[in-house]
Write a protein that binds this ligand. Structure first.
Ligand SMILES: Cc1ncc(COP(=O)(O)O)c(C=O)c1O
Length: 371
């Protein structure tokens, strides 16, 4: 039986849409002995992580912590806590993940006004403005880095019009966080969630989140119970705050050890330096791919530095190239999602996977496979 052998996986080079490669310091941290999740030493670790989330989101928001589940649970935390049945919500969609937000908002019983952009383009602020002339929503929600298309969505103008309309601004930063400029307080973001497996280069399965005082006020004014017990902020926040911690669930202790180390690495590098590194390596990849005749899906000014959406040239077999990259070169890249299946490659340069070496290895392998 295969499982009678000790676990062994191939040593992959992770250049897909996540997870990214993890630093050996992060992997080693996970081997730290377990302690209880209410042990005073673990409470200190939670406090440190909370502080590091605040520093990296660039926020003073008190309600800032890490959901013990992946980015989709962060998304759900924001929406189920802010929306009640009958509330109006403007949900922007320019790819797969905006669609997931819309689905969750509808499951909350919200009346959704859907603002769309063609996949591969950002949301046009004028379309949000028009929507705000017809409805008075409680929230406007949008994806900062649409991982399915490689689009970086400018946020500040839409944030301003959201506030002018008296609504809360909700942002998905799963892919952008720690890989490109993101300033929660300065940009007026009221609720934000991310993931750990992308530019943070920690193991998947956790979701840093943060809520402004305005968002907290909306939580306090709810008339109905949040339908999810696990994600209900009025319960889980007591696990992350206050001198006396109340048991809510058992935190994924080893994953938190890893996250703490990943944050230490981010802060040692410095956020600005990290953003610039992601941009430099994106440009290196772009130069190499364009020299080989590849084209990007997205216009230059809206391209994500950490997720490169590259059009698969006519006559090139998507599945064959990706399986040769994986089996012969140990390199993982992503295929297209949704309507882009078979049409796009999604090449991740995230966190520890954003290095010149990753770029050179991939370009060399592609040259050998395609020529
Ligand atoms: C933009 C975006 N939002 C949400 C998610 C969901 O995150 P997770 O897969 O960690 O649940 C992803 C995952 O790729 C994502 O890219």
């Amino acid at each position: 039986m295969a499982y009678s052998n000790q676990l062994k996986t191939s040593k992959r080079i992770l250049m897909g849409p996540g997870p990214s490669d993890a630093h050996h310091r992060v992997l080693n941290a996970m081997a730290t002995p377990l302690i209880g999740h209410l042990d005073p030493e673990f409470v200190v670790i939670m406090d440190e992580i909370k502080q590091m989330v605040k520093e990296t989101f660039i926020t003073e928001n008190e309600l800032t912590f890490v959901v013990s589940a992946p980015g989709s649970a962060g998304m759900e935390t924001c929406l189920v806590n802010l929306l009640e049945p009958g509330d109006e919500a403007v949900i922007c969609q320019h790819g797969v993940f905006g669609g997931r937000m819309k689905d969750i908002a509808e499951r909350c019983g919200a009346k959704v006004t859907h603002v769309e952009a063609p996949w591969g383009e950002p949301i046009n602020p004028d379309d949000v403005r028009k929507a705000l002339e017809t409805v008075k929503p409680k929230i406007v929600a949008i994806v900062h880095a649409e991982t399915s298309t490689g689009v970086l969505q400018p946020l500040e103008e839409i944030s301003q019009m959201t506030h002018d309309a008296g609504a809360l601004f909700v942002v998905d930063a799963v892919t952008s966080y720690c890989g490109t400029t993101l300033k929660v307080d300065e940009w007026g973001i009221d609720a934000i969630y991310s993931g750990t497996q992308k530019c943070l280069s920690a193991p998947p399965g956790l979701s840093p989140v943060s809520f402004s005082d305005r968002a907290v006020e909306a939580l306090l004014n709810r008339k109905t119970k949040v339908q999810s017990w696990f994600l209900d902020l009025s319960l889980v926040r007591n696990y992350w705050a206050g001198a006396k911690r109340a048991y809510h669930h058992t935190a994924p202790i080893s994953a938190m050890y890893a996250l703490r180390e990943a944050y230490r690495i981010v802060l040692e590098e410095g956020l600005e330096n990290r953003w610039q590194r992601h941009q430099r390596n994106h440009e290196l990849l772009k130069t190499g791919l364009e020299a080989m005749g590849f084209e990007f899906l997205v216009d230059q000014q809206y391209r994500l530095p950490m997720l490169n959406a590259v059009v698969i040239p006519h006559g090139v077999d998507d599945a064959n190239v990706r399986s040769r990259l994986l089996n012969d070169y140990n390199i993982e890249i992503g295929g297209g999602l949704g309507k882009f299946a078979g049409k796009l490659w999604r090449i991740g340069l995230m966190g520890e996977s954003s290095t010149p070496n990753h770029v050179h290895i991939l370009l060399s392998a592609l040259k050998e496979i395609i020529n």
